[in-house]
Structures are given as structure tokens and as C-alpha cells.
Design a protein around this ligand. Sequence first.
Ligand code: GLV
Length: 309
Amino acid sequence: MIASECQLTVNPHDRVLSKSELAEAASDVDGLLCQLTDIIDAELLDKMPRLRIVANCAVGYDNIDIAACTKRNIAVSNTPDVLTDTTADLTWALLLAAARRLVEADRYVREGKFKSWSPMLLLGHDIYQKVLGIIGLGRIGSAVARRAAAFNMPVIYYAKKRKSAEEENRLNVEYRPFDCLLKEADFISLHVPLNEHTRHLISKKELELMKPGAYLINTSRGPVVDEKALVRALRNNDLAGAALDVYEYEPQIAPGLTDMVNATLTPHIGSATVETRTRMAVMAAKNILAGLKGEKVPNLVNWEMENKL
Ligand code: GLV
């Protein structure tokens, strides 16, 4: 799509470019289609004087300094909606995998340890009728909540802005203040964007408030959880388990985390299906083409740029 209308340069490596490589390769571009692994900050923007649009191929855009873009009259877009259900599905896959010890069980079979059915073999915990706590009830959090009905789980949620009574009824969710949710939920799933308010939202104090047998699931952004504190909690069996798709210092994993059998770990694959990644790519391409033509950018993040392109 892009090559048919523009002169296109693609990162030739199957890896993330360093900041200096990106600055050099993209110094004279008008548009940049990037991934969440590309850090787009003021220093980089200063080396790209022609830039008019940054199209992130992700719904989260914490990798981009939005204020710095707006200040330079650069539009920023993301890829919302198309990945909502896919990410909610992975959240449930992780929840189920953690509760029913799926990864351990798979390893057990592969290692030739399955000699006989046994009444105490790999006992997990039920999920039905357990309380699901959702932190952040946006698009993905709501899609996770909708799926809970199929598992007969009551859902409580905390969000910065409480939903209307109609919306709560429609989703069959009950609001709780943050600390109350931490104390009450058997499974806690995080669905907040990463920003200065949500960095380390779940740290030592919050982990201590959680039920001893609770599970933490994170498919949002790694730095929302203090990973060091989480490792400590898992090591002490303060929690039953954690299931993580994202990490504080991605792709590095906190020391000790991979040793924990009560941690289920996937490599940031929330939206990783053929269908969804295709939709995200097409959406990002449409955004960048609109921006370059001075048309309305369908998924503009910095609304101040609305009529400025
Ligand atoms: C993935 O993490 C995304 O933000 O799209």
C-alpha cells in the first residue's frame, strides 16, 4: 500500500534499529511507520526535520513522546480496536494456563514423566465462580470482562474514571476502589496504558494487599508491575501465580522470574495472530498515507493535530 504511493525505505534487519541507526536511516523521511520497540523521543525527532506523521503499529504508544511530536506539528497514530479481542483472548489463555498449570503439564508430558493418571497430579485451581478483578476497563479490559460470563466468574473493576451505571450493567461488572479490588479478587488482570500514573501501579504494597491464593495477569505494559517485587512475592508464595506477556525491561526478564514454576511467561504476543497483525499493518499504512496526503488521520492520537496537517 505504501510503496504504491510513496518512496519507501524498510528496516533491512530482522531486529530493532538503534537510535543512531534509526536517526540516520530516517533523517529525511516525511512519515515513519514504527513498532512499539522504537523509542521516538525529542532527541530523535530533532534529527528528522521533515517528519509529519508517526504511525505506530500498536495500540499502546508509550514508546512515543506525544508532547514532543505535537510541539513539532507531527501527527501520531495508533492501531486501536482491531486487536482488542485478540488481546483479550490471550489474557484468558494466560489466566487458564496459570490456574490449570498448563505449561508445567505440557513439559511433564514431553519429559516422559506421565506414567499413570494420579489423583494428586498437577492440581491447579478452579476459575469458575472465582472473582475476576480488572484494572483498567477500556476496550481490552471490557472485552476481557465480557468473556468472564462464559466462565461464570463475577467481575469487579477499578478504573480511573468509573463507568456509567448502564455501562456497568451492560458489562455485568461492579466498581471497586483500587485497594478493595486488590483484596477481593482471585484473579487480577491489568489493562491500563503505561504513563506516569500507572508505572509500578502494582508494587510491593499492592502485592501484599492481594489474596494469598490470587493470580496476577499482565497483558498491558511491563512497567505497570514492579517486577522485582513480583519475583519476591512469587518466591514467597504470597500469590498463587502470575501470568505475564509483558516485562518491565523487555526483552530482559527480571532475575529469578524464569526459575519460578508459578510464573507463566509469553513474549509480548497479545495481538500476535495472522489476522490481527495483518489488520494492524493495514491500519497503520492507512494512517500514514492519510497523514502524508494531509487528509484526516483515522486513528490520530494527538487530537491537537486534527486540522494541522
Ligand atoms: C501491543 O502491545 C500494542 O500496544 O499494540
